[in-house]
Design a protein around this ligand. Structure first.
Ligand SMILES: Cc1cc2nc3c(=O)[nH]c(=O)nc-3n(C[C@H](O)[C@H](O)[C@H](O)COP(=O)(O)OP(=O)(O)OC[C@H]3O[C@@H](n4cnc5c(N)ncnc54)[C@H](O)[C@@H]3O)c2cc1C
Length: 468
């Protein structure tokens, strides 16, 4: 797409209005890169509207002048989908209102620029739970988590954003507003249009508000870190925990010893959670609506697992500070890799029953391809989702290692595909993985996605560098 003309830029400034645009490179610069410093974009204009009507006006001008738009929320995305490469940047950060919280409907409506943490707090203020939780929640926005179908740590019990959205409001690529902020659990009236926008990564419109599902606040919660001899033992423990608690497992996260060592070495304040140093760890969190039941359930589960030799060590959090310390060693796994030189990152999923087998096969293949490579696999194993990261051999040539990323990833992704898995379990395809995904999606899937996109955005002005 050609760069916007001076006439188009002037029309966009006028549509946005005073104080809602900037073309000052210094003001725009922080929003042209992201957390991993992997993308460095450029744009002639950043728009910062604060209402749906303003966004509709802006998008109509874009359609009229064929100007491409990249929507951006909190800029915490990990696949570069929020970074413009010549498109105008439309930030939703100023859409800040919590429009309503209705406990009787177990629903609340918040605008796109509200952070995930603020949304959780609004729900808590009304005595309800909004369960989506992830390490970037202080910055990630509701528009972003909707548009990436974000997951996080409680998917096992509550699902991903696709399961947590009741209704959406969005500006479509022709500038019309889709008013779909329903609070209904049941609405069987044809295609579910909100589901098209969830996970669309800004390619089908701009989400301006969402009505979210709320849940009861749990009366008890218990958290443990356990030591295990193998990933297979973790999967057995997960199955046992699910069966024993009747749906009470809220989080089940797997970590490898090497990842724990990186955290202990590089993250200030991180402490060994166990007295021993097992090859694998699981962070297990149980909840219950009954006071004391989660604690009792966790003790029973771990005692049984010890007796049958499933786990080798365990520590139960005795207070909120200890629980936070347990979560810290999990949540800092990714950050702790940076000082080790970073690595080839993979955000993959396979059926839970095949995780251990997948980890073994992928690690053997990666080590054959790159002797000495350090595999730090961790993540939401309860959902079959692993961050399968491969780090440079200790003392190795980092630039030469990183130059082999695409080749190394191909090995991992081909194995994922053979296990009927997904090469992007949570972060989306963005700019990073769209081309790679062509290899794994069927021609029918790609053609159908392209047909949907062409129907809604025939000019392809919405995030044109992302998805098919
Ligand atoms: C430390 C860390 C931990 C993370 N952990 C997780 C995790 O556990 N699970 C998980 O799923 N993700 C995780 N992420 C990824 C990231 O937080 C999510 O992708 C998040 O949903 C992005 O929200 P955002 O507001 O920052 O969106 P951005 O990064 O700004 O945008 C992401 C994508 O959504 C589009 N977009 C943003 N807002 C809108 C809108 N209003 N309308 C239309 N399109 C829009 C953008 O164009 C882009 O394609 C993590 C990221 C970090 C840095």
């Amino acid at each position: 797409m050609t760069p916007p003309s001076a006439v188009a830029i002037a029309a966009l400034k006028s549509a946005a209005g005073v104080g809602c645009w900037t073309d000052d490179p210094a003001e725009i610069a922080p929003w042209l890169t992201e957390w991993r410093n992997r993308w460095q974009g450029h744009t002639p204009l950043m728009l910062t509207p604060h209402s749906t009507e303003q966004i509709a006006r802006i998008v109509r001008v874009c359609a009229e002048h064929r100007v491409a738009i990249t929507p951006q929320g909190g800029d915490t995305g990990l696949v570069g989908g929020q970074i413009p490469y010549g498109e105008v940047l439309l930030s939703t950060r100023k859409l800040r209102a919590v429009r309503d919280v209705t406990p009787l409907d177990d629903a609340m409506t918040v605008e796109a620029g509200v952070s995930l943490l603020e949304a959780q707090q609004a729900a808590a203020g009304a005595g309800r739970l909004f369960p989506l939780s992830l390490a970037a929640e202080g910055t990630a926005t509701i528009g972003g988590v909707v548009s990436t179908n974000a997951g996080g740590t409680a998917v096992l019990r509550y699902g991903m954003m696709r399961d947590l959205v009741l209704g959406l409001e969005a500006v479509l690529p022709n500038g019309e507003v889709f008013h779909g902020l329903k609070r209904l659990r049941k609405d069987n009236t044809g295609y579910d249009l909100k589901q098209l926008l969830i996970g669309a990564e800004g390619t089908l419109g701009i989400v301006t508000a969402a009505t979210l599902k709320l849940f009861p606040v749990m009366r008890s919660r218990a958290t443990a870190v356990v030591g295990l001899d193998s990933a297979a033992a973790a999967i057995d423990l997960l199955a046992r925990a699910k069966a024993e608690t009747g749906g009470g497992v809220e989080a089940f996260e797997l970590m490898k010893r090497i990842g724990m060592e990186f955290v202990l070495k590089h993250i200030p304040g991180a402490r060994e959670p166990l007295d021993s140093t097992p090859p694998w760890y699981a962070l297990v969190e149980l909840v219950s609506g009954e006071p004391g039941a989660a604690e009792a359930g966790l003790e029973r589960l771990l005692a049984g697992a010890f007796d049958s030799g499933l786990i080798t060590d365990a520590a139960i959090a005795q207070n909120e500070a200890q629980r936070a310390a347990f979560w810290k060693v999990r949540e800092e796994q990714s950050a702790a890799q940076k000082p080790e030189g970073g690595g080839w990152k993979h955000d993959v999923s396979v059926p839970v029953s095949r995780i251990a087998e997948f980890l073994e096969e992928a690690t053997t293949a990666v080590e054959r391809f790159c002797p000495g490579a350090r595999v730090s696999a961790f993540g939401h194993v309860g959902d079959g989702n692993m961050h399968y990261d491969v780090l440079c051999p200790a003392g190795g040539d980092r630039p030469a290692f990183l130059a082999r990323w695409a080749e190394g990833s191909r090995i991992v992704h081909d194995i994922v595909a053979r296990y009927d898995g997904s090469i992007s379990a949570e972060h989306g395809l963005g700019r990073l993985k769209t081309e790679e995904a062509r290899r794994y999606k069927s021609p029918v899937e790609i053609a159908t996605m392209q047909a949907v996109r062409a129907a809604l955005d025939p000019l392809r002005i919405m995030n044109p560098g992302v998805l098919f």
